[in-house]
Design a protein around this ligand. Structure first.
Ligand code: ADP
Length: 208
């Protein structure tokens, strides 16, 4: 409601007030829409623990396709090349897994460098777990921050350059940890990033 009324004010009175008033309304609209994004992202973050679905056999190629379909427009607009190795079946909550793939691929596209974005998804079986990776050719991450960025609200870039709330990776971490896995990133500044996460081959029940 706040956003709608502010937008109404902006549409109806733009140019009828002085410059300062126009500027204040513009700021208010901007902040209100950021607040809306933040609330939506926080709701999503809180929902990750609220699910009481039990893990079920989930085909990761299906999961990837769903995530890509949700990002269809972004992929088309940014001329993104996506490739993947054969992906396994895992025991998981499919909805949360789609969200996990989606957030990582979304970031891989968002933090792109000069080159057209290329994303590669793969999975490797290691002893008791699957190690998944989502690799991009984007701007990369300074190693000293690589542990911090999966914490909620931690961002390396100002919002003028890359919009966002700093919750996407915190959601990923929560999803992975609920499934009994770990998440980390390896990267070189300017040379792209690879986000890794593990999923146990034989998971216990979900952690809350
Ligand atoms: P947001 O994208 O809303 O800022 P995230 O939690 O998804 O929040 O990411 C946190 C921060 O981690 C980002 O602001 C960015 O600095 C960094 N980051 C995440 N993914 C990538 C990536 N693929 N390449 C470079 N930096 C990234």
């Amino acid at each position: 409601m706040i956003t709608s009324y502010l937008q109404l004010l902006q549409r109806r009175y733009q140019g009828n007030l002085d410059n300062k008033a126009d500027k204040y309304i513009h700021f208010a609209v901007d902040v209100a829409s950021r607040m809306q994004n933040l609330i939506n992202d926080l709701l999503e973050f809180s929902r990750v623990t609220k699910s009481d679905r039990e893990p079920k056999t989930t085909n990761c190629e299906f999961v990837l396709n769903q995530a890509l379909s949700n990002l269809k427009l972004m992929i088309k607009d940014n001329k993104v090349t996506i490739s993947h190795d054969p992906l396994p079946d895992v025991m998981a909550d499919p909805t949360q897994l789609i969200q996990l793939f989606q957030n990582l691929i979304f970031n891989g596209i968002k933090f792109q460098s000069e080159e057209a974005p290329k994303i590669h998804v793969s999975a490797e079986k290691k002893e008791i777990e699957w190690i998944f990776s989502v690799q991009d050719n984007g701007i990369g991450i300074d190693l000293q921050y690589s542990e911090k960025i999966v914490e909620i609200f931690k961002r390396l870039h100002n919002r003028e350059k890359y919009s966002g709330t700093g919750i996407g990776l915190a959601i990923c971490k929560r999803i992975v940890e609920r499934h009994g896995g770990r998440i980390w990133v390896e990267s070189k500044l300017g040379k792209g990033s690879t986000f890794y996460f593990t999923l146990p081959i034989n998971p216990m029940n979900f952690k809350n």
